[in-house]
Design a protein around this ligand. Structure first.
Ligand code: NAP
Length: 289
């Protein structure tokens, strides 16, 4: 059974080693990749994600700046800080940890980040570039799942991928990235009727809904690959995904666990985007010299 489990932790460790090597090459050429993360308020989950990003950046040799603001910060002040970072030559990637307090307009904040430093890939320009196949920062979670499948040499070309969930940060871009890999993509969401009939057609089933253990084996075709994006905390304090892991393991050919599945790859792709941004800066510098 263990050979069916896609170990995102191990794969991300391997990728982080490669990223560290790229950082060393950049440093040898005088460019230190820099990532700035803005944290507003004191949401414990957000703080823990930010801590993880900082630790992973430092381990990879990436310069990391955490900028914290109180919950009450006014939107204008936040936008001014982003503008400052947009012009800071030591910073190649800017990330604003979401969610933001209700009085701040998330769209305005995301759109104020320079698309050239948008390492989360959430800016409408980054999304447009992704949709039209241009070079850009791909959103980290969907990109991470594609990388996991490629690492396991799972064929995507011509496969039917069903994505449950259509959020802007996971479901929608995941479908786009699978389309780019020549898969046939179907989306399901909360208004989808007869969902099991659709999900049972999937060669690859992606679940990103935020409902603990929602997908059971009766949603899954025998031999399908199941990617569980969900991160839910149970009353016991344990983490679980949107997929009933033990049940679905019986029918899937491959499955990602929670934790140690998609999650570690999200941070890894953030590091990769930061390094990519620094590489783009280095190549534009060498063109102007
Ligand atoms: P979200 O913005 O809340 O979107 C949830 C999506 O699921 C919506 O499109 C919703 O449909 C759909 N949905 C909800 N209940 C459903 C149901 N019963 N049947 C079918 N579809 C349903 O969530 P998100 O940001 O995409 O995150 C999804 C999960 O992934 C969460 O558990 C989150 O914590 C996790 N996540 C993990 C990572 C990672 O790095 N591992 C990163 C991001 C998110 P409607 O559009 O119709 O409302």
């Amino acid at each position: 059974m263990t050979e069916k489990i896609i170990n995102g932790f191990e794969i991300s460790q391997k990728k982080r080693k490669q990223i560290k090597e790229k950082v060393e090459l950049l440093k040898a050429e005088g460019v230190i990749p820099g990532l700035a993360v803005i944290l507003v308020g004191n949401n414990p989950a957000s703080r823990s994600y930010v801590t993880g990003k900082g630790k992973a950046s430092q381990e990879a040799g990436i310069h990391f700046e955490l900028i914290e603001f109180p919950e009450t910060i006014d939107e204008q002040k936040l936008l001014q800080e982003i503008e400052r970072l947009n012009h800071d030559e030591n910073i190649h990637g800017i990330l604003v940890q979401l969610p933001l307090p209700k009085h701040i307009n998330e769209e305005s904040v995301i759109e104020s980040i320079s698309p050239e430093k948008d390492v989360d890939g959430f800016h409408p320009i980054s999304i447009g570039r992704m949709m039209t196949g241009q070079d850009t920062f791909l959103p980290c979670t969907p990109h991470g799942m594609i990388e996991l499948l490629k690492e396991k040499k799972i064929e995507l070309n011509g496969k039917h991928v069903v994505v449950i969930g259509r959020s802007n940060i996971v479901g929608k871009p995941a479908g786009q990235l699978f389309l780019k890999e020549n898969a046939t993509v179907t989306y399901c969401h909360s208004k989808t009727k007869n969902m099991k009939e659709i999900t049972k057609l999937a060669d690859i089933l992606v679940v990103a809904i935020g409902r603990p253990k929602f997908v059971t084996s009766d949603y899954v075709k025998e031999g399908a690959v199941v990617i569980d994006v969900g991160v839910n905390r149970l009353e016991t304090g344990k983490l679980c995904g949107d997929v009933d892991f033990d049940d679905v393991l019986k029918v899937a050919s491959y499955i990602t666990p929670v934790p140690k599945g998609v999650g570690p790859m999200t941070i890894t792709m953030l590091l990769e985007n930061t390094v990519l941004s620094a590489e783009w800066v280095r190549s534009s510098l060498s063109r102007t010299m």
